[in-house]
Write a protein that binds this ligand. Sequence first.
Ligand code: ADP
Ligand code: MG
Length: 337
Amino acid sequence: MNYTDIGIDLGTASILVYIRGKGVVLKEPSVVAFDRDAKDNNNIKAIGEDARLMIGRTPGNIVAVRPLRQGVISDYTVTEQMMKYFIAKALGKRSFRKPRISVCVPSGVTEVEKKAVEDATYQAGAREVAIIEEPIAAAIGAGIDISKPQGNMIVDIGGGTTDVAVISLGGTVESASIKIAGDDFDEAIVRYLRKKYNLLIGDRTAEDIKINIGTAFKRPEVDYMDVRGRNLVTGLPETIRVSSDETQEALKETTAQILDTICAVLEKTPPELAGDIVDRGIVLTGGGSMLRGLEELIEERTHINTMTADEPMTCVAIGTGRYIEFLAGYNNEGNNG
Ligand SMILES: Nc1ncnc2c1ncn2[C@@H]1O[C@H](COP(=O)(O)OP(=O)(O)O)[C@@H](O)[C@H]1O
Ligand SMILES: [Mg+2]
């Protein structure tokens, strides 16, 4: 191997960089902090973890945004600086060979944005660039052999988007994407507690609740967590004990939208491939898929065996990195044959 293969997962919540032979070397929040007043191109103040730490702690002229959720990725300068920053950071200073880079973008990203990412990746020093679809990357990362003529269903629940796809022979046969995912679970918990207890909590607290006791399906034992917030009537801080059953209630509508999307894709899937999925099951990936009870909920509705991938949060990055190998394998077979 005389080159470096890099896979970059440009997620709505986090960006991961995978280097072949090394694994995932970098994981940072997809946040960029700007100086609104700067007139030149040098208006980016921080990227990734440094930018996240600035949220809520900056003077008025600096704003922290999530470029992939809030649309600025079509801004060429931002994209280029972001890609350069992550690639340089992942490779370190020693590297002099130009890497082959594959980038996985969320499925909602427009053609213009894809082009911006591609150009920016070349500008950042890539020798070859491949932009790939998230479900394909997720499938490869989950250990599925996508080159077989066999239907697989992948449900990737990220921070901002859920992507449902049926893939076969290395391509997507049916798919759907909704802007409902892990972050919407947090928002649903915020709304529920405000409505039920007049308690206002922050997004971070909501995420903690989701991760600690959150569930999409009724559990045999109930878990509890003490949650601090501000009572909207008295204006004073207040602590309330929240149960896992309550999170299930809070998350019902949001998880139902994911279920509906899965069923809609199943209905459109050709019968042979649908049969394969019944045999092989549904595979969940993405950080959002770590919500407890999702597998059971999906099984209850679809009657199809459902399992979460081994490393749901890194599997897209790993799959993206391996995709170049997969392509190279295809080309070699073509050349030899
Ligand atoms: N243990 C967990 N349980 C439930 N949700 C989780 C857990 N860990 C992370 N998440 C959620 O995963 C989402 C981010 O997933 P990720 O796959 O990194 O998103 P993206 O691909 O959009 O960047 C966030 O909403 C986060 O709250
Ligand atoms: Mg993702």
